[in-house]
Design a binder for this molecule. Structure first.
Ligand SMILES: [Zn+2]
Length: 89
């Protein structure tokens, strides 16, 4: 895969993190150098709603431990669900 890698402040911890777009640029897959965040996916809408909140930090952490990706999205409020990390293959 040759996804273009961008750089931006992590929406969970504000550390400069790398991300690639997913789902036709509707979502961003972040790779945060902060071990607390690590790898997670967030929709652009959710990211706009999530103004520097660490509420998903614990969930992201747990997902990473299980080699899953936490996907944060917005649907009648901020929500998150885990999915298999396909990008590890
Ligand atoms: Zn982070």
């Amino acid at each position: 895969m040759s996804d273009k890698v961008y750089s931006r402040a992590c929406p969970l911890c504000d550390t400069e993190a790398k991300f690639v777009y997913r789902d036709h640029e509707n979502r961003r897959l972040y790779l945060c150098p902060n071990n607390e965040c690590g790898k997670f996916e967030i929709s652009l809408t959710a990211e706009r709603k999530l103004v520097f909140h660490s509420e998903f930090m614990k969930e992201v952490n747990e997902a990473n431990k299980q080699k899953l990706i936490l996907e944060i999205f917005y649907q009648d409020g901020l929500q998150a669900s885990c999915k298999k990390d396909k990008s590890l293959t």
